[in-house]
Design a protein around this ligand. Structure first.
Ligand code: MN
Ligand code: MN
Length: 297
């Protein structure tokens, strides 16, 4: 990798490390999820980066993709297990990371969070040039299962690339039989999700998070469309970001047209199949190296 590009990944990683520490101070009983998300996204910009995607604040049985809405009333309560998933990019070179935080002391939450950290750590140790991705998944699953939890099988880690959050190789959280081998210089995100439920996520509500999938045009609100193309390119963005910039009338109308013209697609919120369960997550982006992986986040 060229030094110039490597430096951008390192810079993005250094920013996200600081923002994660900041996020830990925001997650507490009584905090509005939308305030946490807005403050996290603003801090990334303040430190000289850009969000690689709008921060997700997924609570308890919600595993991923809960991006707070404009004026969202969701309040964090004591006992909640809160996952903050965030990313930073510099000129499209991005890192993706996540932390889990217990709002208030809660032994159950802390055990599940410890399982996420342990599984991530063993996943990172297993990942080396020449290792099959199934072996990473196997190590993650064994660690989670040893601690008495389920590994969520239909959520996985992934490669990252410029302007692309999810690319090959898929990094499974169980032994999925994939013999694809990692190689020196691969940049991947590993993200185990231990669960007290069934170990499967299902699609929930619309997330109001979108991604550009095709070129095209719309009749009204073309400035919104141009902004989306220029600011986000192929990175995810959400309705709240566009309302903050263009207002509560114009932004939703433009989004509606972009959806119906097939220019953007919408993600779903992902929740544990068992609605009374809790899910934790830990995630790092790293560079695979023979001499020892470089953890960017
Ligand atoms: Mn993530
Ligand atoms: Mn990820």
């Amino acid at each position: 990798m060229e030094k110039e590009i490597l430096d951008k990944y390192i810079k993005a990683g250094n920013i996200v490390k600081k923002v994660k520490e900041y996020a830990k101070t925001l997650v507490k009983d009584g905090a509005l999820a939308v305030d946490v998300a807005d403050k996290v996204d603003a801090k990334i910009v303040e430190l000289g980066g850009k969000p690689a995607f709008p921060a997700d604040i997924s609570i308890n049985e919600i595993a991923a993709h809960y991006c707070p809405r404009f004026k969202d009333k969701l309040v964090i309560k004591s006992g909640d297990l809160v996952k903050v998933d965030l990313g930073v990019h510099i000129d499209g070179y991005l890192v993706d990371t996540a932390i889990s935080i217990s709002a208030g002391k809660n032994a159950g939450n802390e055990e599940l969070i410890a399982a996420a950290h342990a599984a991530l750590s063993i996943g990172i140790k297993t990942a080396k040039p020449g290792v099959q991705v199934r072996e990473i998944g196997k190590a993650i699953q064994e660690e989670i299962s040893r601690r008495g939890f389920q590994t969520i099988r239909n959520l996985s880690g992934h490669g990252v690339d410029q302007w692309v959050v999810h690319t090959s190789p898929t990094i499974p959280n169980f032994d999925n039989g994939d013999k694809r081998e990692l190689k020196e210089g691969d940049i991947i995100a590993i993200e185990p999700f231990p669960s007290t439920g069934e170990g499967i996520v299902v699609e929930g509500k619309d997330s109001e998070v979108y991604e550009v999938v095709s070129e095209g045009n719309i009749r009204t609100g073309r400035d919104v469309l141009e902004y989306v193309f220029e600011e986000f390119e192929t990175l995810p963005f959400c309705k709240r970001q566009l309302i903050n910039k263009f207002g509560a009338l114009k932004a939703p109308l433009a989004i509606k047209q972009m959806l119906s013209s097939g220019i953007i697609k919408e993600f779903k919120v992902l929740r544990e199949k068992n609605q009374n369960s809790k899910v934790a997550q830990a995630e790092h982006t790293l560079i695979i190296q023979e001499k020892g992986n470089k953890i960017l986040t």
